[in-house]
Design a binder for this molecule. Structure first.
Ligand code: G3P
Length: 217
């Protein structure tokens, strides 16, 4: 499963790149607004830093506007993926952008039917939002299982980006289901490394090492 960071923060992206586990980045207007920086400045910097796909979101509500913004965003780099919301106008825009050769990530997916429509329109990626479903007492991971089953049933190539991730178990469950990608906040990625028994075990090894005679280092 590929790991994407869901962020607009350059320092977080640099840290994940340094760890060598970053496959791509997703952003949205909320994440960009948190940086307090100019959209174009941040977008250009991320696209240059990351080799993998970088999702940048359109904000128009009609297909014409989405297509115009999508084409403009795609000029920022070959790795740009245009994020389009799951609406009837969005579905029209997906078809035009994909036929231009611009990959689309369909965002704000909350049902298997929406994912199926996005795939039928030729989207490269769909982003089901699991955390927001959990937040309203639903079962976000059930959506991932259903979308995966539907895509497998029909050999659909559209890749599933598990989005709106809240904790490490979301990442593990996404991998167990076989989702293609999980996009996560930096805090979740950091937590993936941790286990208290690793810390405890390392502390003991280092303590015992001090008792070993003839230590070369
Ligand atoms: O980028 C889309 C998605 O991951 C947003 O997550 O935490 O705002 O529900 P969240």
């Amino acid at each position: 499963m590929q790991f994407f960071l869901d962020t607009g923060n350059i320092d977080e992206i640099k840290q994940a790149l340094d760890w060598g586990i970053l496959d791509g980045v997703t952003t949205n207007p909320t994440l960009i607004s948190k940086t307090g920086r100019s959209f174009m400045e941040v977008a250009k910097e991320i696209v240059k830093l990351v080799d993998g796909p970088v999702s940048l979101e359109t904000v128009s509500l009609n297909a014409e506007g989405m297509i115009k913004e999508g084409r403009m965003l795609a000029e920022l780099g070959d790795n740009v993926v245009v994020k389009i919301p799951m609406t009837p106008e969005g579905v029209k825009a997906i078809q035009v952008l994909e036929s231009d050769g611009i990959p689309v990530n369909v965002t704000l997916i909350f049902s298997p039917a929406q994912a199926l429509i996005a795939a039928k329109a030729g989207a490269t990626f769909v982003s089901p939002f699991i955390g927001r479903i959990d937040d309203v007492s639903g079962e976000g991971m059930k959506l991932i299982r259903e979308v995966k089953t539907i895509f497998d049933n029909y050999d659909i190539d559209t890749e599933i980006i598990v989005a709106s991730v809240r904790h490490p178990m979301h990442v593990v469950e996404a991998a167990l289901i076989g989702a293609d990608i999980c996009t996560m906040p930096f805090e979740v990625m950091k937590k993936l490394f941790n286990h208290p028994l690793t810390d405890k075990g390392l502390e003991q090894f280092l303590k015992d090492w001090e008792k070993v005679p003839g230590r070369p280092f």
